[in-house]
Design a binder for this molecule. Structure first.
Ligand code: EPS
Length: 399
């Protein structure tokens, strides 16, 4: 029996030999854009505020299975990213950690796995693992591209430096260029400078900084995801994927938590129809606002998907934080492990890619197909039928 949907797993520790990504359910015939995949890995390594580790590594995807001459063949895709700073089995170079860092997985993990050494926990909990997830998402984007969908992620804020500009299909290319010119992956130059100032101040104070990242998905057909089962609701899947990224503490879709303070008339996006756009993935339906963030009833509604996540400041502070030695139970400052001051820029790349994976999963769940050709044909057939609504009613139903 064929695994019914697109899925992935990752393995590997921060200082183990490598990170591994295993993807199943990808149709055959998807051309993998190695520049895109390795470009996303490079972007994930960057961003102002990153620590010394990123100067050691050169994250590159090595394909071990599922791909022939750069094209998927329908079998599981296995990818390896080598860790140059591999030293997990050397106890001198990866010493035990007995003073858990507040905010990190250290305390809960060491108790969970019945040890007073947090090392095993922190090695896997490290955000280094997000390189493996970035690969999964970047591969999924190659499929999305074949279905005409585009994903764009950026940094919305770092501490008090917030950009309040808008990204839309019309300015997407300009926003992408501006983001790529920014050291903090924010499309606005003055805000980027303010963000850098916040990160610099945090570093001087031996502190760390968090922020908001956003991912937008353009040109989604109406009807990805489902309202019939909570596990298939695309907004729920997106929240799961983003909350699963290290250090994320909240996820919002569209207007997010602000919906709670507004009347329905100010929240819900009116529905309009323009027959001239009937042949597009939104089938001619348009919305003058996008408070829903492109999702209603757990399904895409033809507007861009808008997902926002809040990343807490990194838990490893140069100054340490009040903690307890797990062996003596005496109060001590938490251990210091080499770390970033701010990884919000890197997280925006991770979020962009995990969001892409969920949209690709929803697209395959709707259109299926063992080969891209089949998937694309199913997609086109759906759009054609949907653009012709109302169809002749099947017997027993009312149009
Ligand atoms: C990271 C690699 C890590 C950290 C960071 C992210 O490398 P190392 O542990 O060798 O310094 O720089 O990890 C964390 C922020 C964390 O919380 O563990 C990476 O590749 O992104």
């Amino acid at each position: 029996m064929r695994v019914p949907y697109l899925d992935y797993h990752t393995a590997g520790e921060s200082h183990g030999p490598a990170l591994i990504t295993l993807i199943q359910g990808m149709p055959a015939g998807v051309e993998l854009d190695m520049d895109l995949i390795n470009g996303e890995l490079l972007r994930r390594q960057g961003g102002y505020g990153r620590g010394g580790r990123m100067r050691i590594e050169t994250d590159t995807a090595e394909f071990l299975g599922g791909v022939r001459n750069g094209v998927t063949i329908g079998s599981p895709i296995a990818v390896r990213i080598a860790n140059k700073d591999s030293r997990l089995d050397d106890a001198d170079k990866t010493p035990p950690v007995h003073r858990p860092r507040p905010g990190h997985a250290d305390l809960a993990g060491s108790v969970k796995w019945l040890t007073t050494d947090c090392r095993g926990t922190l090695e896997r909990a490290s955000a280094r693992e997000t390189a493996a997830r970035t690969v999964a998402g970047a591969i999924a984007r190659c499929l999305l591209r074949d279905l005409d969908m585009t994903v764009f992620g950026f940094v919305r804020s770092v501490e008090s430096a917030i950009w309040d500009g808008a990204v839309n299909a019309g300015n997407l290319d300009a926003m992408r260029s501006a983001r790529d010119a920014s050291e903090v992956y924010c499309p606005d130059e003055p805000t980027s400078k303010a963000m850098i100032a916040c990160i610099r101040a945090a570093k001087e104070n031996k502190d760390t900084a968090g922020g908001l990242v956003e991912a937008h998905v353009f040109n989604c057909p109406i009807g990805l995801g489902s309202s019939v089962d909570w596990r298939e609701k695309l907004d729920a899947r997106l929240a799961y994927a983003v909350m699963g990224v290290q250090a994320f503490k909240s996820v919002e879709i569209g207007l997010g938590k602000d919906v709670a303070g507004l009347p329905g008339s100010k929240v819900h996006d009116p529905i309009e129809f323009n027959a001239g756009n009937r042949e597009t993935p939104s089938l001619g339906f348009s919305r003058p606002s996008n408070n829903a963030g492109g999702l209603e009833g757990g399904m895409t509604n033809g507007s861009p998907i808008v997902v926002r996540g809040a990343m807490k400041p990194i838990a490893t502070l140069l100054q340490g934080l009040p903690s307890v030695n797990l062996n003596t139970k005496q109060p001590e400052q938490s251990d210091y492990e080499r770390s970033d001051v701010c990884a919000v820029s890197a997280a925006s790349v991770v979020v962009e890619n995990v969001v892409a994976f969920e949209v690709a999963r929803a697209a395959l769940s709707k259109f299926g197909g063992d080969s891209l050709l089949e998937t694309r044909q199913n997609y086109d057939a759906f759009l054609e039928k949907a653009s012709m609504l109302p169809l002749e009613p099947p017997s027993g139903t009312i149009a």
